[in-house]
Design a protein around this ligand. Structure first.
Ligand SMILES: [Zn+2]
Length: 141
């Protein structure tokens, strides 16, 4: 390992505190957006659709996250092989990842709970609200 790697890792380590600030700011603005989106979804009475949209957005961001982490690995490896990555570039990448990560956490927390359908404790068949006995096996619900 060469000196550049240690310098780079050192500056990345020192960026940890500012990363928290970036994440907090991103979380704040995401919360606002999520609140607006949730409000709109409620207005439309389309919570399940909103959930599906949130899941799509999560999948998209996870893909973005993976490619950013891959880029980060390439930059680190380039430094190792003698083509040093400037610390600022590395930290900028890390901050981008922080923002996406914060957004992902908010989105994951923002998925509305889907209604739980009651099931028969005996056979596991779906039951209807208010049923006393299972329509499949006749077991007591
Ligand atoms: Zn049953």
């Amino acid at each position: 390992m060469n000196e550049k790697i240690y310098e780079l890792l050192d500056s990345v380590y020192k960026s940890a505190a500012s990363a928290k600030e970036v994440a907090a700011e991103a979380a704040q603005s995401m919360r606002q957006n999520a609140a607006n989106a949730a409000y709109a979804a409620n207005q439309a009475g389309a919570e399940l659709l909103a959930n599906a949209k949130i899941r799509m957005k999560i999948a998209e961001l996870e893909g973005q996250m993976n490619s950013m982490l891959r880029d980060l690995g390439k930059l680190l490896y380039a430094t190792h092989t003698g083509d040093p990555t400037p610390s600022e570039v590395m930290i900028e990448k890390l901050e981008e990842i922080d923002r996406v990560n914060a957004e992902l956490e908010i989105l994951r927390g923002g998925i509305a709970k889907e209604p739980v359908t009651p099931v028969c404790p005996t056979c596991g068949a779906a039951a209807c609200e208010g049923d006393g006995f299972c329509r499949e096996c006749g077991g007591k619900l």
